[in-house]
Design a protein around this ligand. Structure first.
Ligand code: KIV
Length: 271
C-alpha cells in the first residue's frame, strides 16, 4: 500500500512548477555523498543534483566523459541517505541514453537508487528518450547551452548562443524538449538575454548556471560555492565561504542570495 504521509514541505516536481507560476526562485546545489547531502538539505535548497560533474570534483578527471551509470548509482544512493526535503535530480552520464532502451535502463537504475528526476544533455534529437521516460513516470530535466558531455564537439568550455543561429537552435531545442515532456531545463553558460527569453517562453522552470538572473532558479556545484574547486574558476561561480565562517552558513547564504535576487550579479553574467 502506498503511504500518504510525507515530510512537510518535501519538494516535488509539481512543486517546482508551482514555484515558477508563483515567481519564487528555485535553488539547486550539487552533492555527491551523504554528509554533503545533509548539509545542503539543511540549507533549505529546493533541489539537489548528483551531477556527473563528480567526474571532475570527486574523480579528478578533466571532463565528465569517464563517469558511468555504476558511478552515478553509487553516489545517488549515498546522497539519498542524506536528504530529507530537497528533490533529488541525477545526471544520466555520457552514452547512457543514446536511444530509448538505454535511457530507460539507465534511468531505472538511478530512480531505484533514489533519484526523483533524471537530467540529460542535448537538444531536440533527445525528444523520443524524454517522452519514453516521462511515459514510464520518470521526470526529466533537460540541459542545454554548454553541455559538458559534448566538450569535444564544442571545442572547449565556452559560452553558447552568442551567434544568432546557435541562439535560434537553442530556443527550438528548448521548445522541443518541453513539448516532449521535460519538466525542468538547465541552461548553462548562455548570454543572459537569451536565457531570459527562453525562461519567459517556456511553461517549465528554467534553472541557470552562468545564464544570468532572469531565469526561474540557479544551480551551482557545491564545491564552487565553498571555494574548494581549484582556479581558474568560471565567471559564474561565487565563493560564499569567503564571507562566512562555516559550511552551513555559506550554503544558507547561497540559498538566500538566489531567493532575494542578490546572486547572480552582473559580474557572474555573460552578455
Ligand atoms: O554535472 C553537473 O554538476 C551539472 C551542473 C553543473 C548543472 O550538470
Amino acid at each position: 500500500m502506498t503511504s500518504t504521509t510525507s515530510t512537510a514541505n518535501k519538494m516535488t516536481v509539481p512543486g517546482l512548477a508551482r514555484m515558477k507560476a508563483e515567481q519564487q526562485p528555485i535553488t539547486m546545489l550539487t552533492a555527491y555523498d551523504a554528509s554533503f547531502a545533509r548539509l545542503v538539505d539543511a540549507s533549505g535548497v529546493d533541489c539537489v543534483l548528483v551531477g556527473d560533474s563528480l567526474g571532475n570534483v570527486i574523480q579528478g578527471l578533466d571532463n565528465t566523459l569517464g563517469v558511468s551509470v555504476d558511478h552515478m548509482v553509487y553516489h545517488v544512493a549515498a546522497v539519498r541517505r542524506g536528504l530529507n526535503r530537497a528533490l533529488l535530480v541525477a545526471d544520466l552520464p555520457f552514452l547512457a541514453y543514446h536511444d530509448r532502451a538505454s535511457a530507460l535502463a539507465s534511468s531505472g537504475r538511478l530512480v531505484q537508487a533514489g533519484a526523483e528526476m533524471v537530467k540529460l544533455e542535448g537538444g531536440a534529437a533527445l525528444a523520443p528518450q524524454v517522452t519514453a521516460l516521462v511515459e514510464q513516470g520518470i521526470p526529466v530535466c533537460a540541459h542545454l547551452g554548454l553541455t559538458p558531455q559534448h566538450v569535444h564537439q564544442l571545442g572547449g568550455y565556452r559560452v553558447q548562443g552568442r551567434e544568432a543561429s546557435v541562439a535560434e537552435r537553442l530556443k527550438a531545442d528548448a521548445h522541443a524538449l518541453e513539448d516532449a515532456g521535460a519538466g525542468l531545463l538547465v541552461l548553462e553558460c548562455v548570454p543572459a538575454e537569451l536565457a531570459r527569453e527562453v525562461a519567459a517562453a517556456l511553461r517549465i522552470p528554467v534553472i541557470g548556471i552562468g545564464a544570468g538572473a532572469q531565469v526561474d532558479g540557479q544551480v551551482l556545484v557545491v564545491y564552487d560555492v565553498l571555494g574548494i574547486s581549484p582556479p581558474p574558476r568560471p565567471r559564474f561561480v561565487k565563493d560564499f565561504m569567503a564571507d562566512h565562517g562555516d559550511i552551513g552558513t555559506a550554503l544558507a547564504a547561497y540559498v538566500e542570495a538566489v531567493r532575494t535576487g542578490a546572486f547572480p550579479g552582473a559580474e557572474h553574467t555573460y552578455r
